[in-house]
Design a protein around this ligand. Structure first.
Ligand code: MN
Length: 253
């Protein structure tokens, strides 16, 4: 979890809290488990991490990865049972409490996936550019058993990320289809689409097009996932064509 320190996230604790009780579902037997993750990928072709089950140092990380694949979507992931429970959210997570965002549950991803930013080769599963759009820790609300709450079809939780903060809920509407909603609280931003106002990588401050350019991806395709008008970038020098390429190496963290 080098990113917790090297990326200086505003986390209140740097010691490990007690691990969440999430151990009553066997991921191996689930059609949404890591076996499915493994089956879909060729690990000699994709830079994505292998299907290793592992608990993070915190036991309760979350990550949102912006993914310009066949369709642009945001992969919303919550750690539970040594994997990242995952949903593809076409329009991205909301900070506006009046908005409901469709979230399609997809196969569990390995915990190591949280640090993956780069390019999945075209022709491979999920081919396209991936950005770590937000990362942090979460706490479930009204339960200490995340898997049980998910199995029942509703999980309330608090996120502590760089962009996403405060109370949210995931509610299953049918089978793999869920809704992701923001609760009204001090962090809620009515009328603001945070995917438009904060489009950069939380790790590298890059756009999707810049990630594609740096890492040999399809720049034109990636650029269609960036907002047409980019907001000001703070805390980073303006990139120049001639400047040395800034590459995020997830494996070196
Ligand atoms: Mn995806």
């Amino acid at each position: 979890m080098a990113w917790l320190i090297t990326r200086s996230l505003p986390l209140p604790v740097l010691t490990s809290p007690p691990q969440l009780e999430t151990s009553n579902l066997k991921t191996e037997t689930s059609p949404m488990g890591l076996a499915e993750y493994k089956k879909k990928r060729r690990f000699n072709q994709t830079p994505e991490p292998g299907p290793r089950e592992k608990t993070s140092e915190f036991g309760n990380i979350f990550v949102v990865q912006k993914h310009r694949a066949t369709q642009l979507h945001y992969d919303f992931r919550l750690e539970a049972d040594g994997v990242l429970k995952s949903w593809a959210v076409p329009k991205g997570p909301p900070m506006d409490p009046t908005v409901k965002r469709l979230a399609m549950q997809v196969e569990d991803h390995p915990t190591d996936y949280a640090e993956f930013e780069g390019v999945i080769p075209e022709g491979e599963y999920g081919g396209g550019t991936v950005m770590v759009w937000d990362i942090g820790v979460y706490a479930p609300e009204n339960t200490d058993n995340v898997s049980k709450a998910l199995a029942k079809g509703e999980l309330k939780f608090v996120l502590l990320g760089k962009k996403l903060k405060g109370s949210f809920v995931l509610v299953r509407t049918r089978e793999r289809q869920w809704l992701l909603m923001k609760h009204k609280d001090e962090y809620a931003k009515e009328g603001e689409d945070i995917t438009e106002t904060q489009p950069y990588s939380v790790f590298t401050k890059r756009t999707l097009a810049e990630i594609a350019e740096d890492e040999g991806g399809d720049v034109k395709k990636a650029a269609t996932g960036d907002p047409k008008k980019l907001p000001r970038r703070t805390g980073t020098k303006r990139r120049k064509q001639s400047a040395k390429k800034k590459v995020w190496h997830s494996k070196k963290s």
